[in-house]
Structure formats: structure tokens, C-alpha cells
Design a protein around this ligand. Structure first.
Ligand code: HXC
Length: 256
């Protein structure tokens, strides 16, 4: 049984479901490798323009698999090469929408934060409880959480293991929107379809500049933005979109 299931529910949209319900979708080494393979393949797949990542109703993911770590030392952790698994998600040029129901804890919260948009069901819970296990986040949690919600709220969560409800996460800026639990995947798929209908090169450049710009000085980030913005003036889709506007018709994008 695959630990990650790929579906193609609508045109240009891929849906990845974590599939270890018996373990609250804990991120076993096998699951992470499957995720990596899917993200690498979808990154290259010209038919895929947006990716929705979800778990099930009980858990998005309850973190790294504790049973696969209890007897593991630092050398073996390093040898597992988990960075490559996370890098495949981090470097994926396609927009990623996390549809989160239930628990998003530890590596599960980090996985949600690796997405570009987070749609949370009302019953979702976000947290980094690693400190309670005598460890700490190791896949960006200390950094992404701090950037998302600020130092003082992040420290409170990271140092105590306290979690946030979906509405608290929305107020803190950790999630993009909160919907009924029944609607989470549907809403994420609808957003994915809207994005997939946009000119793909513009979408890719926006994602690239937002992410790259977060980690460099503002002047450099604005330079990156201007360069990318001018580059888009060379695309066929820009010509089509502006011509369609002037001709009062719907544009037809070719992705070129
Ligand atoms: C392995 C897990 C798991 C996990 C749950 N399970 N989370 N197995 N790793 N992270 C398993 C349980 O052992 C149990 O298996 C089954 O899933 C159901 O779990 P329950 O606890 O019975 O369910 P529930 O009462 O609904 O509670 C759900 C939960 C709780 C709140 C999510 O399971 C929990 O606190 N899990 C651990 C969360 C956590 O600490 N995550 C951080 C991990 S460290 P059995 O066989 O008994 O049925 C991390 C970063 C590592 O993510 C960084 C490395 C550098």
C-alpha cells in the first residue's frame, strides 16, 4: 500500500494524499521518500500546474515517525539524507496548497508550512511539540514558524510544545483560510484550479520571487521582482492576456 497516493482530480491539478491513517500519517522514512519522488515528478510534469497536499480527517500528519527514531543516533539520522526529501518540496516550482484537517504536528506542521497556501479545517491543530520528546524541529520549524507568526508567538509554541487551533493559526498568520472540516480538500482543489487557470510562467515567477525575496535584503528582493516582472513581458501569455482584455474576450493561455 502506497504511503502517498497521487490523484488527478481536475485538469492541471494534482492531489497528493498521505496514506498512513493507522499512524496519524506520521512521516516514516518511506513516506518521505515517496513524497520526494512525487514532488520531483510533478515539478517536471507540464500538465501539472498546482498541487494539493492533504492527509485525512484525523491528521494531516502527526510528525516524524517516533517509532522510526526512538533508537536512532545522530550519524544514522544524517545518513538517512532527509534533506533531499524536504528539498524536493522546497524547490518545487509549482504552487502547493496544503489542505489540513486534524493534527499538523512537528514534521507535519513543517510540511504544511512548506506549502504556499494553507487551507485549514476548523478542527485542525498546528504545533511543534518536539521539545516534549527531547528534540527540536529539524525541517525548518524554528525558522518558518518564526517568519510566519513572529518570534514571541513562535517561542511560546516551540519552547512549550503548545499548539494552535485553526482559528488561532489564522489570527496568527500561520494559515491562509479556515473552512468547515468537510470542505477543506474541496476548497483547496478549487483554489488550485483557479491558480491552474492562470498563466503558468507568471505563477511560477511570482512563487519564485516571493520565496527568494523573503531571505534577502529588501533592495535585492525588489530587484529580483523587477527582473522577473520584465521577463514576463516576453511571454506569449502576456500578449494574449492584454490583447484579450482590450478585445473584451476571455484569454486562452498556452503556457508560453
Ligand atoms: C509514530 C505515531 C505518531 C508519530 C501517532 N502515532 N503519532 N506513530 N510517530 N509521530 C501512532 C500512535 O503511536 C498510535 O499507534 C496511532 O498513531 C494513533 O495515535 P494515538 O496517539 O492513539 O491517537 P490520538 O489519541 O488521536 O492522538 C493523536 C496525536 C498523538 C495527538 C497526534 O498521537 C501524538 O501526540 N502523536 C505524536 C505527535 C508528535 O510528538 N509529533 C512530533 C514528532 S517529532 P498505535 O500502534 O498505538 O495504534 C518530529 C520532528 C523530528 O516531527 C525532527 C527530527 C530532526
Amino acid at each position: 500500500m502506497a504511503a502517498v497516493v497521487l490523484e488527478r482530480p481536475t485538469v492541471h491539478v494534482a492531489l497528493l494524499r498521505l496514506n498512513r491513517p493507522e499512524a496519524r500519517n506520521a512521516l516514516s522514512p518511506e513516506l518521505r521518500e515517496e513524497l520526494r519522488e512525487h514532488f520531483l515528478a510533478l515539478a517536471q510534469d507540464r500538465d501539472c500546474r498546482a498541487i494539493v497536499l492533504t492527509g485525512d480527517r484525523r491528521a494531516f500528519a502527526a510528525g516524524a515517525d517516533i517509532k522510526a527514531m526512538v533508537a536512532t543516533g545522530p550519524a544514522e539520522m544524517m545518513a538517512r539524507g532527509d534533506e533531499a526529501n524536504w528539498a524536493a518540496i522546497r524547490d518545487c516550482p509549482k504552487p502547493i496548497i496544503a489542505a489540513v484537517n486534524g493534527y499538523a504536528l512537528g514534521g507535519g506542521c513543517e510540511l504544511a508550512m512548506s506549502a504556499d497556501i494553507i487551507v485549514a479545517g476548523q478542527g485542525a491543530t498546528f504545533g511543534q511539540p518536539e521539545v516534549r520528546l527531547g528534540i527540536m524541529p529539524g525541517a525548518g520549524g524554528t525558522q518558518r514558524l518564526t517568519r510566519a507568526i513572529g518570534k514571541h508567538r513562535a517561542m511560546l509554541m516551540l519552547l512549550t510544545g503548545a499548539s494552535l487551533s485553526a482559528t488561532e493559526a489564522l489570527a496568527a498568520g500561520l494559515v491562509s483560510k479556515v473552512v468547515d472540516d468537510e470542505s477543506t480538500v474541496e476548497e483547496a482543489l478549487a483554489l488550485a484550479s483557479r491558480i491552474a487557470a492562470m498563466p503558468p510562467i507568471a505563477v511560477a515567477e511570482i512563487k519564485r520571487v516571493v520565496l527568494a525575496g523573503m531571505d534577502v535584503p529588501l533592495d535585492t528582493a525588489i530587484m529580483l521582482e523587477r527582473r522577473a516582472a520584465y521577463l514576463l513581458f516576453g511571454t506569449e501569455d502576456k500578449r494574449e492576456a492584454m490583447t484579450a482584455f482590450i478585445e473584451k474576450r476571455s484569454p486562452v493561455f498556452s503556457g508560453t
